[in-house]
Design a protein around this ligand. Sequence first.
Ligand code: ZN
Length: 252
Amino acid sequence: MTPSGGRPFYLTTPIYYVNALPHLGHAYTTIVADAMCRYRRLAGEEVYFLTGTDEHGDKIAQAAAKAGETPQAYADRIAAAFQATWTKLGIAHDQFIRTTEDRHKKMVQAILQQLYDAGELYFGDYGGLYCYGCERFYTEKELVDGKCPDHQVPPTFIKEENYFFKMSRHQPWLVRHIEEHPDFIRPERYRNEVLAFLRAPLEDLCISRPKSRLQWGIPLPFDGRYVTYVWFRPWAGRGRSGSRPSGPTPST
Ligand SMILES: [Zn+2]
């Protein structure tokens, strides 16, 4: 049996955020991924290797403004620098996905529409502590001395209406799936870390941002006043383009 059990070996790097030019950390991750794929190919396996760039969000819009460019022109320039770097380093990826490409936007909107139609999303009022650096809300518990643990600055309280994903209802099957499939997350210590995290109740996830505050994003297919929250969306870029994400079917 092959290491991946006869199925194609699929590997993705993070899709890199284009708020700055590629650096050694991006190169390291991508070279390691490339080496892994080359090894698997040599071993006779079918390999699919994806990388790309994540090009929406507050931070990109801010970086573009600072550079005196439109967000799209800025993203085009930085994404081209990533592609040129991978060419120079001889990275043999099968796919380079940019989140500003039409094929990505269409897939994200199709997934969102499916979730909406399935009753997985709801519209609600949300007030919370927001870190502009992280582009996310924090709970009091997550703060360290009242500050964002990543940026060391106190978050700002903001209140707005948004769409939420009913993440809490997926907790039981997710825990069961991880426990019943020991190979699902490896190595073991990361599986244990995830399970420890899942012992506390999961809160529903805010998945939108009002266009009045953030223009640079993918519009929600069912409400044009909102764009998709950047951290809810990029994982969709990591699937094979055009295909649905696969996984267990939630039983609720
Ligand atoms: Zn932060």
